[in-house]
Design a protein around this ligand. Structure first.
Ligand code: MG
Length: 323
């Protein structure tokens, strides 16, 4: 039959085309093929006299299947021959690269219920007591006094006349999570409404203030690097609602002869919104002027500013970071 012959001839014509496609696909793996091929002659030499040509051909056709159980990498886990990363001792997807420690994340807060810290955090306030905080004696700065601020219903709040609150431990570069709430019945205006401040290393302030429809100077509103930079946006919630600061503070670095090598930097999220992205402090904050950097120890207490305005805090935890 001519038709069937034509079909056969068509099939024959198609076959080589298929082979070409097959050859093109694994182009990336060509070097591997060559390596395998180099090994093949050894096998053939030993078996040359034993097996007829047809069997040899079968073996050759089987060989691509035999390649699969001998991969040069462990799929999904990594590899050893990736591109070397500049400045690192590792390669891309390096199977030998150590994994970071596992941290169990905490639960998120709701308005009614504070969340929980991640498993590796240092808890500064868990709703129960202020045992990680203190006051400095007004008479002798070397005397630490027991924290006098009021603890109630899972939060703490300033007790007028008791002074600034400081962590007993010292911290340098760190990640700080702190939640705060200004009174629902907003009183006062400008800096007189819910004013507080969080000072890293007892020197670099992040402003806490009720900035919901409360006009004040821009570099003094909530989230400001006080007296230096306003926040990029005003992400304030209305008074009476809990607000969240997630902060990364980078401590300044000084040379052995006390010269500034790297200024302090602040990254701040307010209620999940970026206010500062690795912004540098000109120096310690405060007052009306601009202070120059002075040599600081690598770590110092975190201070919460004392003001007459009632502000509540809850769910405070910290994770020290490499300097
Ligand atoms: Mg302040």
């Amino acid at each position: 039959d001519k038709k069937s012959d034509e079909k056969k001839s068509d099939e024959k014509k198609e076959e080589p085309a298929k082979e070409e496609v097959k050859k093109e696909e694994p182009k990336k793996e060509e070097p591997k093929k060559e390596e395998v091929k180099k090994e093949e002659p050894k096998k053939e030499e030993s078996k040359k006299d034993d097996k007829p040509i047809e069997e040899k051909k079968k073996e050759e056709t089987k060989q691509p299947e035999n390649k699969k159980p001998m991969p040069r990498k462990l799929p999904g886990i990594g590899k050893v021959d990736g591109v070397r990363l500049p400045g690192q001792k590792w390669r891309v997807h390096d199977i030998r690269r150590p994994h970071p420690p596992v941290v169990t994340p905490g639960e998120l807060s709701t308005y009614d219920k504070p969340g929980t810290p991640p498993s590796d955090a240092i808890v500064l306030f868990d709703g129960k007591d202020l045992s990680n905080w203190c006051h400095i004696s007004p008479e002798n700065p070397n005397d630490l006094l027991e924290a006098q601020w009021k603890v109630q219903d899972g939060y703490f709040e300033v007790t007028p006349g008791s002074g600034n609150l400081l962590t007993i431990d010292s911290f340098g570069s760190c990640q700080l999570h702190i939640e705060w709430q200004t009174p629902e019945s907003a009183r006062g205006d400008s800096q007189g409404r819910g004013n507080r401040g969080i000072f890293f290393m007892d020197a670099f302030e992040v402003q806490v203030l009720d900035s919901f429809k409360n006009r004040t100077y821009a570099d003094g509103q909530a989230g400001a690097m006080y007296g230096q930079y306003p926040p990029m946006v005003n992400a304030s919630r209305e008074p009476g609602k809990w607000q969240v600061y997630d902060i990364v503070f980078e401590a300044p670095r000084f040379s052995l002869d006390d010269k500034l090598e790297k200024p302090a930097k602040l990254t701040l999220m307010h209620n999940g919104v970026f206010l500062h992205n690795a912004r540098e402090y000109y120096g310690p904050t405060g007052g009306g002027g601009l202070q120059q950097y002075r040599p600081l120890s690598p770590a110092a207490p975190i201070r919460i500013q004392n003001h007459g305005n009632p502000v509540r805090f809850r769910n405070v935890w910290i994770r020290p970071l490499p300097p």
